[in-house]
Write a protein that binds this ligand. Structure first.
Ligand SMILES: Cc1ncc(COP(=O)(O)O)c(C=O)c1O
Length: 480
C-alpha cells in the first residue's frame, strides 16, 4: 500500500514558496481568518510529483490496457477531445452570460443537437441529462407528462425486458410507474407472445415499453418492428435505452426501429471519459409529437442567432442546472466531427471485434446464446463453476495478466455471466492476447484451480472483503 501524502510529510520541507503578496489576507474579515495554520503535508515539489505518479501508476484505464467492460463501451477517448474541451474560450464561460455573449458555445450545442438528430433519426434533442440513467429518468418523465396532458390517467405501467439494465426499472419506478417484466425467449430476445399477453391483460394501462437494442446480451431484437407496432397500436410509447448505440451508429437508428424517445450515453458511444474519469452526458431525443415536452432550455437558431429556448408548451421543466455537462458535450462534438462519415466504421469494427472474441472463447467457456452478436456478448462461467471456480475468481485472475475484467454477473438472466465488449479501439494482437489469457485461465481451472482461486497475485490490493466493504463502508483516514 502507498502511504498517504500526510504520512510522507517531513517537517520543514517545502515545495513552491508562496510570495508575500499571495499571502496577503488583509481583504478577509478577521472573523473569517483561521486561528491556527492548516495541517498540510510538508514536501518538496519532486516528492509531491512522485507521490501522485505512484498513485496514478496504480490506476487502470484504457491507456493502461484492454478494458472489455461489457455495456460500458470503454473505447479510447482521443486526447484532442480533452484539449478542445480545455480551451479557455470554453472553460472561462459562465452559464449565466447572455446569449449574445456565448454564441460560440450555443452554436456548438446546437450543432451537436443536429448531429444527434441525424444519428438517432429523432426530431428534437435535449442535451441536459448528465448520465444514461438521468436520460432515462427524463424520458420517463416525458412519458408521464405526455399522458397526463392528454388526460389519460390509466397508463400507469411500463413493460421492461428481464434482460434490461437495472436503471430502466429504477427510472420508471421513480416516475411512479408499475413495472411489468417481459420474458426473454430461448434466443435471448423479447418473447413477443408474452408481450402480446401482457398487452391483452393490461389493455390501455401500458404507458411505454423500455427496450435496449441490441439488448444487454449483445443480440439484436429482430422483432423490433413488430414490437413497435404492438406498442403503438395500443397507444403506448416505445423508449430506447441507447447505451448500446455503439453497435448500430450509421447502420440503422432508433427512429427506423420505431422508437419515440431515446437516450444516449455520450460518455460511452461518443468517446467522453467515464467511470472514475469524469462526468457523463445523457441527451434525450424525441419524435415530433413529443418535442414540446422536452426539458428547457433547448438550443434554437433564429435569424442567424443561437438562443436558449425556454418556450416549450408542455415542457417537463428542468432536469439539470443550465444546459448540462458542457465539457462532455464539447468532447462528444469533437469526436463526431473527427469521425465524420466513419462513425459507421466504428460500429462495424466494434461488432467484428466482439464476434471474433466470441468465436474464439466459446471453445473454453459456455456461450448460452450462440448467435452472431453485435458489439458485445455474454459468456457463462458455469463450466468453470462445476470445477469449483466462480466467475468472480476468473475476473480476478484476468487482472494478473493486466486485463481489466469484463462486466460480471450481469445480465441477471445468465448464470455466472461474463459480459465482454471489446470496442472498435482494439487491434487483433490485443484481442489475441486477451483470448490467450482467458484460455490459460480455463486451463488452470482444470489443472490448477488454486492459482485462480487465490488470484489476483500481482495487484497492489489483493482480495478485499466485498461483503464487509458493502455493508460497513469506512473510508475515513485515522491519523496514528
Ligand atoms: C444498458 C444500459 N442502460 C443504462 C445504463 C446507465 O447509464 P449511466 O451509467 O450513464 O447512468 C447503462 C450503464 O452501464 C447500461 O449499460
Amino acid at each position: 500500500m502507498t502511504d498517504i501524502i500526510f504520512e510522507k510529510s517531513i517537517k520543514g520541507m517545502q515545495g513552491v514558496a508562496l510570495t508575500d503578496e499571495s499571502l496577503d489576507t488583509g481583504f478577509i474579515r478577521s472573523e473569517f481568518l483561521r486561528k491556527e495554520p492548516p495541517v498540510l503535508p510538508e514536501m518538496s515539489e519532486l516528492e509531491v510529483m512522485r507521490h501522485f505518479k505512484e498513485l496514478s501508476d496504480k490506476n487502470f484505464c484504457v491507456e493502461t490496457g484492454f478494458y472489455p467492460l461489457g455495456s460500458c463501451t470503454m473505447k479510447y477517448n482521443p486526447k484532442v477531445n480533452e484539449y478542445l474541451a480545455s480551451l479557455e474560450g470554453f472553460t472561462a464561460l459562465h452559464p449565466l452570460q447572455s446569449d449574445d455573449d456565448v454564441q460560440g458555445a450555443l452554436e456548438l450545442m446546437y450543432n451537436l443537437q443536429e448531429a444527434l438528430k441525424e444519428i438517432t433519426g429523432m426530431d428534437a434533442i435535449t442535451l441536459q441529462g448528465s448520465a444514461g440513467a438521468h436520460g432515462e429518468l427524463c424520458g420517463m418523465m416525458i412519458v408521464k407528462h405526455y399522458f397526463a396532458t392528454k388526460g389519460d390517467s390509466k397508463r400507469t405501467k411500463v413493460i421492461i425486458p428481464d434482460s434490461a439494465h437495472g436503471t430502466n426499472p429504477a427510472s420508471a419506478g421513480m416516475c411512479g410507474f408499475e413495472i411489468i417484466k417481459v420474458k426473454s425467449n430461448e434466443k435471448g430476445l423479447v418473447d413477443v407472445e408474452h408481450l402480446k399477453e401482457i398487452f391483452e391483460q393490461n389493455e390501455s394501462q401500458i404507458a411505454a415499453i423500455m427496450m435496449t437494442n441490441p439488448n444487454t446480451l449483445g443480440l439484436f431484437e429482430e422483432a423490433i418492428l413488430e414490437i413497435s407496432k404492438i406498442a403503438h397500436k395500443n397507444g403506448s410509447l416505445l423508449y430506447y435505452d441507447g447505451a448500446n448505440l455503439n453497435a448500430v451508429m450509421g447502420i440503422t437508428n432508433p427512429k427506423v426501429m420505431g422508437f419515440d424517445i431515446v437516450h444516449l450515453n455520450l460518455h460511452k458511444t461518443f468517446a467522453a471519459p467515464h467511470g472514475g474519469g469524469g462526468p457523463g452526458a445523457g441527451p434525450v431525443g424525441v419524435v415530433e409529437e413529443l418535442k414540446e415536452y422536452l426539458p428547457v432550455p433547448v438550443i434554437g437558431l433564429k435569424d442567424g442567432k443561437y438562443f436558449r429556448n425556454y418556450n416549450l408548451k408542455n415542457t417537463i421543466g428542468k432536469i439539470k442546472e443550465f444546459q448540462g455537462n458542457f465539457g462532455v458535450l464539447v468532447k462528444a462534438y469533437a469526436y463526431i466531427l473527427m469521425r465524420g462519415n466513419t462513425l459507421k466504421e466504428a460500429s462495424c469494427d466494434a461488432v467484428l471485434n466482439a464476434n471474433y472474441l466470441k468465436e474464439k472463447l466459446k471453445e473454453d467457456y459456455e456461450l448460452p446464446y450462440d448467435y452472431p452478436c453485435m458489439h458485445e456478448f455474454v459468456l457463462s462461467g458455469d463450466r468453470q463453476k462445476a470445477c469449483g471456480v466462480h466467475t468472480l475468481e476468473i475476473a480476478k485472475r484476468l487482472m494478473d495478466s493486466k486485463f481489466h475484467p469484463p462486466t460480471v454477473y450481469f445480465p441477471l438472466i445468465v448464470s455466472e455471466a461474463m459480459m465482454i465488449e471489446p470496442t472498435e479501439s482494439e487491434n487483433k494482437a490485443r484481442l489475441d492476447g486477451f483470448i490467450d489469457a482467458m484460455k490459460k485461465i480455463a486451463q488452470e481451472v482444470k489443472e490448477n484451480p488454486s492459482e485462480v482461486l487465490s488470484a489476483p497475485h500481482n495487484t497492489p490490493v489483493k482480495r478485499v472483503d466485498e461483503t464487509n466493504a458493502a455493508r460497513h463502508l469506512d473510508l475515513r483516514y485515522r491519523k496514528e
